[in-house]
Design a binder for this molecule. Structure first.
Ligand SMILES: [Zn+2]
Length: 144
């Protein structure tokens, strides 16, 4: 599942409600869009942000489906040009902003190089695009 990105969640068991997560997205995402602008690979529009409760349930269409990556935070779905936030795995306002900033980088990045780097032998931990996306998260305060 190449589109999946996110990090293994920490021991924080606090869960935010979907409503609260959505409220924070509504507040901060316009600032992220304005700051980073349009991708040259998808110049028509910026990604739509949606929330969902579980990555397996979303991909299979089975409401009860679960799997090994239940702690997946978010993904950028290039086909739909959407950022999907798995709200039960969000732990704080900061975390939501970092996640949006991270996934937005994938919208900006080249889809062909995304695949090519993996073909060259990079994995999730050292893929240059993931390194870049994680690095960008440190700027989360710009959007707070
Ligand atoms: Zn990523």
């Amino acid at each position: 599942m190449e589109l999946i990105s996110g990090v293994i969640s920490d021991q924080n068991t606090y869960k935010m409600t979907e409503k609260k997560v959505q409220k924070i997205i509504n507040e901060v995402y316009p600032k992220i869009e304005k700051h980073y602008g349009y991708s040259k690979f998808i110049p028509e529009c910026t990604p739509y942000v949606e929330t969902h409760y579980n990555i397996y349930a979303r991909h299979s269409g089975e409401p009860e489906a679960r799997g090994e990556q239940d702690d997946c935070h978010a993904e950028f779905d290039r086909t739909d040009n959407s950022i999907v936030i798995y709200y039960p795995n969000m732990t704080s306002r900061k975390h939501i902003i970092q996640t949006l900033v991270h996934e937005y980088q994938h919208y900006l990045q080249s889809p062909s190089w995304f695949k090519r780097y993996y073909n060259m032998g990079y994995d999730y931990g050292n893929h240059p695009y993931e390194v870049q996306a994680y690095g960008e998260e440190k700027n989360w305060k710009l959007f707070n």
